[in-house]
Design a binder for this molecule. Structure first.
Ligand SMILES: Cc1cc2nc3c(=O)[nH]c(=O)nc-3n(C[C@H](O)[C@H](O)[C@H](O)COP(=O)(O)OP(=O)(O)OC[C@H]3O[C@@H](n4cnc5c(N)ncnc54)[C@H](O)[C@@H]3O)c2cc1C
Length: 475
């Protein structure tokens, strides 16, 4: 009963429904540990801001149990082994992860610890379903989302475990680095993120309750409109595990089961469907280990991209002359987040209008998104680029101006993030170059000076992209 157990915290920075912690708390005394590996976790990203404040919040929550979170920096396997030896730990518990590099690391860690007679227990990680059990009738991975989705709905989702009632710390003191020594924060780019987010366990619960109260019951109808705040914004909390995906699922199921909510069940189910998109992305990462680096459709190896640093920079900085694209890219830089509809439009624009390899977009999102997640990011880019399985066909090319007219009809989203267009009437806001000179003057806009002219012409860019695509179709 008094086993000494090290519990590793990685992308599960919470106490609630944390299987490794839950089982360790029942079996002995605990040493909670977080090891920052600069090699794997990219430094100086928007997500390191999130991790920093999540760790701060996790430590504060553990204080209630008189337990210290031990922080270390360096190579994970040797750090864990050293800690286990120094503290005479009997066991190391952790929740599984999904990235190939992480799975490899966990496997090596397990082997080394076991070779040193230290028990290792790995618990199922942050997915709703046991994805390794999900295969089609030919015992192959599902390639179509709808079939995968229907299959998932037949699988049980384990109820969330809650928070351990008691956590008992190791009896002896163990040295820890101070949070600052992990050097997660560099420069001051992300200070402004505090205006928009409250990372950590408490912030996750607040955000979730707010969404259930104000967004969930209208989710399906409004989720595509970036100016309407009816999406959950749970993605950054899920990315580092401030909240359990199973808790979101269980809350929604309870609401669906409540007869008073019968007329809203479709809205709630639509939200659950998005959670299964998240499962589908993890599933692809598990089945295709190079998912986040290589196009799954092999004919794209022959695609003639046009790497171009000036175009790429214009896209990154929101200076393309396409207002919806620019609004999205500036929202991203300002807040570390971008609405899903706009992510699809900016991604399509980069890959198809500007002919930049999708991996460039993936890398920029990895750097700037507070919700960066390799599986979702890879699926998003491969879906838009037409390079993935069950993805949008390459020849379907979004017209960014029409997307704006459809999903931001009055231009409220654009006006918020591209303020130099704020005085332009809605009729012209999605394509300022079509506005008469007098209207531009009244709105204080000089195209090419206060706001860029379109970096490429839509029709020409579309034709060029289709030409390139036809070339690989024949290859
Ligand atoms: C090019 C591109 C890149 C993306 N990169 C990421 C990324 O790095 N991290 C990330 O979490 N999501 C990514 N997405 C998916 C999606 O845009 C975000 O999950 C969503 O915008 C997050 O906002 P939300 O939490 O308010 O979502 P909601 O609409 O409230 O959905 C709830 C949850 O469902 C899941 N979800 C919703 N849409 C998707 C989707 N299309 N694919 C997978 N899961 C989904 C997310 O976990 C999300 O938090 C990307 C999409 C595209 C097109």
């Amino acid at each position: 009963m008094n086993k000494k157990i090290i519990v590793l915290f990685r992308n599960d920075l919470r106490l609630d429904d944390h299987p490794a912690l839950w089982h360790a708390a029942k079996s002995g005394v605990i040493l909670p540990v977080y090891i920052h590996n600069e090699q794997f976790s990219m430094c100086n990203t928007a997500q390191s801001f999130w991790t920093y404040y999540s760790l701060q919040n996790l430590q504060a929550t553990l204080d209630d149990y008189n337990t210290q979170l031990i922080l270390r920096k360096g190579e994970v396997i040797s750090e864990v082994l050293q800690l286990a030896v120094d503290t005479e730990a009997d066991a190391v518990y952790f929740n599984e992860r999904f990235l190939p590099t992480e799975r490899n690391e966990d496997e090596q860690l397990t082997n080394i610890l076991q070779a040193n007679n230290i028990e290792v227990k790995a618990f199922y990680g942050d997915s709703l379903f046991n994805l390794s059990n999900i295969q089609n009738q030919q015992n192959k991975p599902y390639a179509i989302f709808t079939s995968f989705y229907k299959r998932c709905l037949q699988e049980p989702v384990r109820k969330p475990l809650g928070q351990p009632t008691n956590i008992r710390a190791f009896p002896t003191k163990v040295s820890s680095l101070a949070l600052e020594q992990l050097q997660l924060l560099h420069g001051n780019w992300y200070h402004k993120f505090h205006h928009y987010w409250n990372p950590g366990i408490d912030g996750a619960m607040e955000q979730w309750e707010l969404f259930v109260e104000q967004g969930l019951f209208g989710y399906q109808d409004k989720r595509d409109y970036p100016a309407k705040e009816t999406i959950s914004k749970m993605s950054p909390f899920l990315a580092v595990g401030n909240i359990s995906i199973r808790l979101l699922w269980a809350t929604c199921q309870e609401l669906i089961d409540d007869e008073d909510n019968a007329i809203f069940s479709q809205q709630i189910e639509s939200f659950l469907r998005q959670l299964i998109w998240r499962e589908f992305s993890i599933y692809q990462l598990l089945n295709y280990p190079t998912f986040s680096t290589d196009s799954l459709r092999s004919n794209f190896q022959h695609f003639e991209w046009e790497p171009h640093s000036i175009r790429l920079e214009a896209w990154k900085t929101g200076q393309t002359g396409y207002p919806l694209v620019d609004a999205g890219m500036r929202e991203l830089w300002e807040t570390g987040y971008m609405h899903n509809r706009v992510r699809m439009v900016v991604a399509s624009f980069l890959v198809k209008h500007l002919l930049q390899p999708w991996q460039e977009g993936y890398a920029w999102f990895e750097h700037t998104l507070v919700d960066f997640n390799a599986a979702n990011n890879a699926m998003g880019w491969q879906w838009v680029s037409g390079t993935g399985i069950d993805s949008a066909p390459y020849f379907r090319i979004f017209n960014p101006s029409l997307q704006g007219e459809k999903f931001d009809a009055d231009g409220a989203y654009i006006k918020k993030w591209v303020p130099e267009l704020a005085l332009l009437p809605a009729k012209y806001i999605h394509a300022p170059q079509t506005a008469p000179t007098a209207i531009l003057e009244q709105a204080g806009i000089t195209l090419g000076d206060t706001y860029p002219l379109p970096i490429v012409d839509h029709k020409t860019a579309r034709a060029r992209a289709l030409e390139r695509y036809n070339a690989i179709k024949k290859a």
